[in-house]
Each structure stands twice: as C-alpha cells, then as structure tokens.
Write a protein that binds this ligand. Structure first.
Ligand SMILES: Nc1ncnc2c1ncn2[C@@H]1O[C@H](COP(=O)(O)OP(=O)(O)OP(=O)(O)O)[C@@H](O)[C@H]1O
Ligand SMILES: [Mg+2]
Length: 404
C-alpha cells in the first residue's frame, strides 16, 4: 500500500508524544538518541558503530527544504528501511550520502569517512539510485562485465572479473538468464540486475533507492528475500521505500522522514511497542454503547466511542454503529467480555487490534483522511496525544488483531 503525498509541513510533527520526533537539538551528542520516551535502542551509539551518521544534514532547493536537519544513525550490519511518502526527501538524502550532490548544511560520515570525501568510501559502497540503467541490446552478463571494467573490478585479470560477475549473477538469482538480452528481462529481473551491479565491488554497505518500485507482489517478494540474504551475510543494507508494509516485513531498523525531517529512527519493534493496543467492541444494541463505555471507564481504562461505517450500500446514518474502543492489552479481552455480559450487554463483536507500521506512520505524519483526522482530534487525550483514528481499526486491511 502506498502513501498519499505529504504536502502540509504543519503535519510533519503532529502525532503522539510517545513517538520520538528526534530533534536536531537533542541529537548533537553521540548519545542524542536518548529520547524522552527512551524508545530508541540506538541510544549511545558511537559514530564508529554506525555505517551512516549525519548531523544537521540539509539540502535546500531555493526556498524548498528538501532535507531538513537530518541526524541519521544507521547501525552497521542492519537491514534498515528509509521510509517516507513521495517527496519526503529520501532520494535527496541518499544522493548526499553518495556524494552525488552537496549538502546545503550539516555534515556526515559513511563507513567512518566524511561525506565531503566520497572517494574514501565509495569503493566499499554499492548503490542503486532511481532504477538501473543498462544497455538494452546486451545480455545481463555483458552489461555487468562492462560495468566491472569501468570500475576496475578484478583489475586487469579477465578471469577474476568474470568470476565476480558470475558470483553476483548467482547471488541475485539471474544465473540462468545471464545470457539473455537486458531488453527481454522482466521488471523484477531488471531490478535484480541493478542490485547485482551494486554488489560488484563486494560492498559492506548497500544503498538502494526504491528497489521494488513498479514490481508486482511476486517481484517484491523476490527482492525482499534477496535483501534479507544480503543482510544475513553481514552487509549493512539501507533501503528506501514508500511501501511501509514491505519495510515492516523485512527491516529490523527504520528511519522515518517526512517533509525532509526526521520522525523516528530506531528499531521497528520499539516503534510499534510504543503504540497502545486496543480492544474494539460493538454492542448488539446501539443504546448500550454509553453504558459499556461507563463500565470500562470504571475499570480505569481510556475509552472512546466512535461510529464505524456499515456496509457500503447502507445510508450514512443507518449503516453506522457505535464502536467502543478501550485502550487495553489483548490479555484483557476475555475479562472485558465477561464484564459486559454480567451487565447484560451482549457484544456483536469484540476484537483486539495492534497498530501496524502504516497506521502508526499515518498518525505521526497526520496523513489520515479528513474524517479520521477530525474524529481523532475530537477525541484528543488530555496528554496531547492523538488517539488512533476511529475508523482505522475497523478496516481489516489495517487490523492485525484477531477476534476473541
Ligand atoms: N533537483 C531538484 N531541484 C528542485 N527540487 C528538488 C530537486 N530534487 C528534489 N527536489 C525536491 O525535493 C523534495 C524531496 O525530493 P526527493 O526526490 O528527495 O523525495 P523522495 O522522498 O525521494 O520522493 P519519492 O518517494 O517520490 O521518490 C521534493 O519536494 C522535490 O520536488
Ligand atoms: Mg525518491
């Protein structure tokens, strides 16, 4: 699932206080990841532990801030996802890291070397930025061989070069199609050849910009498996994507940006753990919703009542039923069910819901449909945090919880 475009800078930092929007001011020291929520397990990470480290990295195009004071810390050996909606500043950041464009401000290190001197680290970095370009009339093998010659891989020894080309072709699963013309390759095969080219110098850091762009689910799975293998073999992989579900499945570490600014960096599990689990209940009789909410409130739980949409053909009012949402862990579901039963309230449905990465991102960036934003704002908690959008939990595509 893709994101819509993010255009409103005012939304950039809206979101629950518990998700650390790491501010430049808090990041000036190596221990700067120590956020108030204490969620970032990268806290105290030294520059030497990181494959990519930046401070205040910025890029302006005229008045537009494409990248705005990014403080990156990508740990060595991680499979790290770089996520953000279209125009967030991912490609611009990657270009700065690869020395392709010069930052307007800030500084950084890649593999311990300053980004002002890319020659000192580029031979250890493999990169694919915005899709591979190859000669359509040549085979995959010939294309790679030419690139290897240009990059001086294998020195003057033809056999060594051919061996390396063979190795990377096997690594990306193109061995059997290596002698076919590039123009006859599927999109997924083209992307894999692009990754093979990036792997030629046997890099310890692989930087890929949207390697799954335009691929079908099978192609995405192939690339996902390949990246997992590479990271499993000890390579640091920094991969940009606007497909959050994809990142959630493969990455252990995450950098999340929007409008050029950092929203979160750290481990995916830490981000999700910071989101509160919820139990959603729909009483059989609408009139019972308030009473049920009162019971849950007496139990000390934070409770909201929202309207969920009915079947698509139902009219706006007829199809909407009150949903009582309790902010409570899955383990309390049976207890809440019994509580309702004892009070004579029958539940039409009860299910638990853990937010997924996409939902979390949408809330943090404020990129939620108008209705949902409004209902979330209306129900804003006293601590200033914005609770989950009312309807989001009712869309099976967004829900990972199971019926109890
Ligand atoms: N050469 C340029 N000149 C002017 N503006 C630019 C240039 N390159 C990028 N931008 C602007 O910088 C912002 C960030 O662009 P960037 O390509 O880095 O985003 P992205 O996160 O990679 O987006 P996408 O997911 O669409 O690839 C955008 O507003 C874009 O229009
Ligand atoms: Mg891009």
């Amino acid at each position: 699932m893709t994101f819509g475009s993010a255009t409103d800078p005012a939304h950039a930092h809206r979101g629950p206080a518990r998700v650390p929007a790491t501010s430049p001011a808090s990041m000036d020291t190596a221990a700067g990841m120590d956020t108030a929520a204490g969620m970032d397990t990268a806290a105290g990470m030294a520059r030497s532990d990181t494959a990519i480290w930046t401070r205040g990295l910025s890029k302006r195009y005229g008045a537009r801030r494409a990248v705005d004071h990014l403080d990156l810390q990508v740990p060595r050996g991680a499979l790290s996802g770089f996520v953000g909606p279209n125009g967030a500043g991912k490609s611009t950041t990657l270009r700065m890291l690869l020395g392709l464009i010069r930052p307007s401000a800030g500084h950084g290190h890649v593999l311990g070397e300053p980004i002002t001197e890319p020659d000192r680290y580029l031979h250890r970095v493999g990169a694919m930025i915005e899709g591979p370009t190859f000669h359509p009339g040549l085979s995959g093998r010939r294309n790679l061989d030419q690139l290897a010659i240009l990059r001086g891989i294998g020195g003057w020894q033809r056999a060594r070069r051919a061996r390396r080309v063979e190795e990377v072709l096997e690594q990306v699963g193109l061995g059997k199609r290596a002698d076919d013309r590039f123009s006859s390759y599927s999109l997924g095969m083209k992307q894999r050849l692009g990754i093979a080219a990036a792997l030629l110098p046997d890099p310890c850091l692989l930087i890929l910009d949207e390697p799954t762009n335009g691929l079908d689910p099978a192609g995405i799975r192939e690339i996902r498996a390949l990246l997992g293998q590479l990271a499993g073999a000890g390579m640091t992989v920094f991969v940009s994507s606007h497909l959050l579900t994809e990142v959630e499945q493969i990455c252990d570490h995450l950098v999340m940006i929007n409008n050029g600014r950092m929203l979160f960096q750290g481990h995916v599990t830490d981000l999700l753990a910071a989101e509160d689990p919820r139990i959603l209940m729909i009483p059989e009789h609408d009139a019972d919703a308030r009473r049920l909410a009162g019971l849950l409130d007496d139990e000390g739980l934070r409770v909201e009542i929202d309207l969920c949409s009915g079947p698509p053909d139902a009219s706006a009012t007829r199809g909407r039923r009150p949903v009582v949402t309790a902010h409570a862990p899955e383990g309390l579901a049976a207890h809440l069910n019994r509580l309702a039963m004892r009070a004579g309230i029958t539940l039409r449905s009860l299910r638990t819901q853990r937010p997924n990465l996409e939902e979390t991102f949408l809330r943090v960036t404020g990129e939620i449909d108008g209705d949902l934003v409004r209902s979330a704002q209306a129900a804003q908690a006293p601590d200033g945090s914005v609770p989950p959008p009312a309807g989001a939990g009712l869309d099976p595509a967004h829900s990972r919880g199971g019926a109890t």
